[in-house]
Design a protein around this ligand. Structure first.
Ligand SMILES: NC(=O)c1ccc[n+]([C@@H]2O[C@H](COP(=O)([O-])OP(=O)(O)OC[C@H]3O[C@@H](n4cnc5c(N)ncnc54)[C@H](O)[C@@H]3O)[C@@H](O)[C@H]2O)c1
Length: 430
């Protein structure tokens, strides 16, 4: 029996591509990974990982001899028959997914290629069909990626499910992809390309809907005196509902949910279908980011000249990704109200610096909170739960915390003399 491992090509080594490349190398496959960003390729070839993803740098170092980084498509085509496409698909102004990076990859493939393009990038339903119209000889598999930044390695190695969509003529490639993922043990979902593409967008839209739903429940809880964390706990124990994505807060962000929800809404709109529910999901999310302002004003009155410290900037903990982070909207709104904004994030300072030029970035939570009129917890980094809050209450101009993720111990903070405001929770002063 030949147990030589299949060579893998990866095109685009951002979050998804780098995790895919390093994890396949960890599973013993030789990997050739292509990116157009020369600096990135050079850094990765030297073992440097520019993004913050737990465990990634270690796996890369362990598998350096199986991983080759290049800027040459020719070299990539010579190195592997299966090409995992992991390039970016950001939103356009219209809300559609921008497929120009995907198109550039497809254009770079020879017309008579005997390769297979395995699409990991999130693309609208219909993209695979359009690619095969242009390149009928190219085998094409839709294998959408479901990893979550912060736990990406685990998500890759222990997937809930792996979706593999292929149409007539591409079965050999789908079988090869199935062989690659079978050892990981997740449920394998074999389907057609259009359905695979839709599974990805529908999954993210559903999760975003769950978040906006619980945020609306939180807002009603605030009016009725109920505690949304209790409500979510009671709801989540129902197996038909499940506990995940029922955490009320200051809205979702990141590189996926906002763009994928908007891409699905737009995809439906382009076919003449008005996806009403997604309009509400997006609107609720936008309003939710701004509700913090009213909470601050309730205690501080006008925010003009008030010093507000943001704890956490990344769109979620364990990543330095600032794409569509709630902190961007919040800091702009606070500054719009005349507040002076300081901020601290354990890892996102570098990626945030260029995006938040007029926010004072501190080197620690204590530094950000020193002299502040209020703290707003935006990202639930563990270290914020472990801060010496009683000591911090002394250094702040006013001991006020708005906990945008219902993450801190409200009772302990109140005992330490803080006014505590969560999201959808009784505020204790009524
Ligand atoms: N980040 C996530 O958590 C996540 C999760 C699931 C799915 N996705 C999807 O995966 C795709 C990639 O996301 P990401 O966050 O890794 O993006 P990213 O922006 O971090 O990385 C994309 C990479 O592709 C490279 N690239 C662009 N055009 C190229 C080309 N023509 N040839 C070679 N390389 C090229 C870029 O230089 C960049 O390094 C997107 O469609 C995204 O929606 C992302």
């Amino acid at each position: 029996m030949n147990d030589e491992k299949q060579a893998i090509g990866v095109v685009g080594v951002g979050w998804v591509g780098l995790v895919t490349a390093t994890c396949f190398a960890e599973l013993g496959h030789p990997v050739i990974a292509l990116d157009i960003d020369e600096e990135k390729v050079e850094a990765l070839s030297g073992g440097e990982v520019a993004i913050h993803e737990p465990g990634l740098a270690e796996i890369l170092a362990r598998n350096a001899e199986r991983l080759n980084f290049t800027t040459s498509m020719e070299e990539t085509l010579a190195g592997a028959r299966l090409l995992f496409c992991c390039v970016d698909t950001p939103p356009t102004y219209s809300g559609d997914a921008d497929l120009s990076s995907v198109r550039a990859v497809v254009q770079g493939l020879p017309a008579d290629s005997d390769h297979a393009l395995v699409m990991k990038s999130t693309v609208p339903s219909g993209t695979g069909a359009a690619i095969r119209r242009d390149k009928p000889d190219l085998a094409y598999v839709s294998c959408p990626e479901f990893l979550k930044e912060g736990t990406a390695i685990d998500d890759f190695m222990k997937p809930d499910r792996v979706v593999i969509g292929a149409d007539a003529g591409s079965e050999w490639a789908a079988d090869a992809v199935e062989d690659l993922y079978r050892p990981l043990g997740g449920e394998l979902v074999r389907t057609d390309v259009a359905s695979a593409e839709m599974i990805k967008l529908a999954s993210n839209a559903f999760l975003a809907t769950k978040i906006s739903f619980i945020n609306e429940i939180a807002n009603v809880c605030e009016a009725t005196g109920a505690d949304v964390t209790e409500v979510a706990r009671g709801m989540g124990l129902d197996r038909r509902i499940g506990p995940s994505f029922l955490r009320a807060g200051v809205g979702y962000g990141g590189s996926c949910f906002p763009k994928d929800v908007s891409a699905l809404k737009q995809l439906a709109g382009n076919t003449g279908y008005h996806f009403q529910l997604l309009n509400a999901v997006i609107e609720v999310n936008e309003l939710q980011k701004r509700r913090v302002i009213a909470k601050l004003e309730k205690h501080l009155g006008s925010l003009v000249g008030k010093r507000i410290a943001l704890l956490g900037l990344a769109f979620k903990p364990d990543t330095d990704d600032m794409r569509e982070a709630t902190s961007l909207v919040l800091s702009a709104r606070l500054q719009g109200e005349g507040a002076v904004v300081t901020a601290y994030d354990p890892v996102a300072e570098k990626s945030a610096a260029g995006l938040l030029p007029s926010v004072e970035l501190a080197n620690s939570a204590a530094e950000a909170l020193d002299g502040a009129d209020a703290a707003v917890l935006v990202t639930e980094w563990n270290e914020f739960a472990e801060l010496d809050w009683p000591a911090l209450s002394e250094s702040m101009a006013r001991p006020l915390v708005v906990d945008g993720r219902n993450f801190l111990d409200a009772g302990a903070l109140r005992d330490a003399g803080f006014t505590y405001e969560g999201i959808g929770r009784p505020n204790g002063d009524s």
